[in-house]
Design a protein around this ligand. Structure first.
Ligand code: PHE
Length: 338
């Protein structure tokens, strides 16, 4: 009788060893534990039978059962540790590490879009320095010292005596390009500009412009209109009306300001367009003969047009943003939308 029981214990151990080998996760291991070590396990049943045996047999069976229990417990602990180690390393059900993918700043994106549109028309892209000299920012643009028009641009001077300043517009790049290359040329130049303006919903002391310049024989105002109309249609991806009004810049003659029908209210009149139905978006004109003379182009042979547009303004209209300051706050909630 006792021999049978001892055989049972050995069979039980063998079975437990074979089964635990196959176990790969904690759930199956728990089932194994209940089966071999739980309250209703064969082992427990055998323990409860001990009192039915002769005293001498009780000892033998008891020892055997205790050893078996110890072996099973050890098997359980070892396997548990092994599985936990693996699960910790490769638990595919753990949430993954969220890698935040950055995106371009809306201003950078809008500049890229503008560049792409002009690129299709064959315009090249050039950049100029943000720290400029008085000469390039004003004098060479037909705005000599004491010229009243200098007041249009409230300037940050770095070294006033030496005429070192932060450029107030991207127009100095026109001069740098024309000094270096001879016509014909077609370029745009995006970049930062600086003016002594206080921050408000539509002003910022740092902002971006895209300058455009095209010079060749026989360039007329109609070319300027054609190029800008194409640009506006591509940029806003809808039909907008274009309005040119006479204006003044020392470096263009004639000069104009271009407005478009308000893209917010479709020209009906709203607070963005000051109930006029139109929005002014850029300054432009035909390059002044004096500017050509300064860079050594013959104004009797060459003509050209130039324009300068505010990137923030275009971005605000395109995306319906009502305050320019959003662009500079580094607010992730704002930036992540683009
Ligand atoms: N530079 C002018 C400004 O910032 C815009 C402009 C550019 C006007 C080119 C005419 C031609 O106000």
């Amino acid at each position: 009788m006792i021999e049978n029981n001892i055989k049972d214990v050995e069979n039980l151990l063998n079975e437990a060893r074979v089964e635990i080998e196959k176990i790969k996760n904690l759930k199956d291991l728990e089932e194994w534990r209940i089966k071999f070590l739980g309250r209703k396990s064969l082992l427990n049943e055998l323990f409860s039978k001990i009192p039915n045996f002769e005293i001498s047999d009780r000892k033998i069976l008891g020892t055997k059962l205790n050893i078996a229990k110890k072996i099973l417990n050890e098997l359980y602990e070892k396997t548990k540790e092994k599985i936990e180690k693996i699960e910790k390393k490769y638990n595919l059900s753990f949430p993954g590490k969220i890698v935040k993918i950055g995106n371009l700043h809306p201003i950078t994106k809008v500049i890229d879009e503008i560049v792409q549109i002009f690129y299709k028309l064959g315009f090249g892209v050039v950049e100029g320095p943000e720290i400029e000299t008085d000469y390039y920012n004003f004098t060479a643009l037909n705005t000599p010292e004491e010229h009243p028009a200098r007041d249009i641009w409230d300037t940050f001077y770095l070294k006033k005596e030496e005429g070192i300043l932060l450029r107030t517009h991207t127009s100095p790049v026109q001069i740098r390009v024309m000094e270096k290359y001879s016509p014909p040329l077609k370029i745009i130049s995006p970049g930062k500009c600086f003016r002594r303006d206080a921050f408000d919903s539509s002003h910022s002391p740092v902002f971006h412009q895209v300058e455009g310049l095209m010079v060749d024989r026989n360039i007329k105002f109609t070319h300027l209109k054609g190029v800008l109309s194409y640009f506006i249609k591509e940029f806003f991806k809808k039909e907008v009306k274009i309005l040119f009004l006479p204006s003044y810049f020392p470096f263009t003659e004639p000069s104009a300001e271009m407005s478009i029908s308000c893209v917010i209210c479709d020209g009906k009149g709203c607070s963005t367009c000051g109930y006029t139905g139109f929005l002014e978006i850029l300054g432009c004109g035909m390059v002044h003969p004096n500017v050509f003379r300064i860079v050594g182009y013959d104004p009797d042979v060459f003509t050209g047009f130039a324009f300068g547009m505010g990137v923030e303004r275009l971005a605000m209209l395109k995306y319906g943003i009502d305050d320019i300051r959003y662009f500079y706050l580094n607010d992730m909630k704002f930036l992540e939308q683009f």
